[in-house]
Design a protein around this ligand. Structure first.
Ligand SMILES: N[C@@H](CCC(=O)N[C@@H](CS)C(=O)NCC(=O)O)C(=O)O
Length: 94
């Protein structure tokens, strides 16, 4: 599975990205990060987000963090839908 979301589900910033993933029905793996225990400040997580905050997100080779996660989701998957719709329209016209 290419898409991975790292965060704490009850944290608003993570929940926003979770909402986007569910909205676009993207298959993903959720990796819980213990924010209360400081796991977000450990070297393994800092490689994903140098600011040590959730969420972080991986889609193949691409790693993003913060609001960029939701932004990426909206742009890539919404635009993908738009492309599909455009092709459908073209198909109907031709
Ligand atoms: N500016 C970040 C804010 C991210 C953020 O504040 N995450 C919180 C959880 S909602 C966090 O990781 N807090 C733990 C910390 O800052 O140590 C964004 O764009 O999403």
């Amino acid at each position: 599975m290419a898409v991975k979301l790292y965060g704490l589900a009850m944290a608003t910033c993570t929940a926003t990205t979770l909402a986007c993933l569910h909205e676009k029905e993207v298959e993903f793996e959720f990796i819980n990060v213990d924010l209360f225990g400081g796991e977000n400040k450990q070297p393994a997580f800092l490689l994903k987000n140098p600011f040590g905050q959730a969420p972080a997100f991986e889609d193949g080779d691409l790693t993003l963090f913060g609001k960029l996660c939701s932004f990426y989701m909206i742009v890539s998957y919404f635009m993908h839908d738009m492309q599909l719709k455009k092709h459908m329209v073209n198909y109907e016209i031709n």
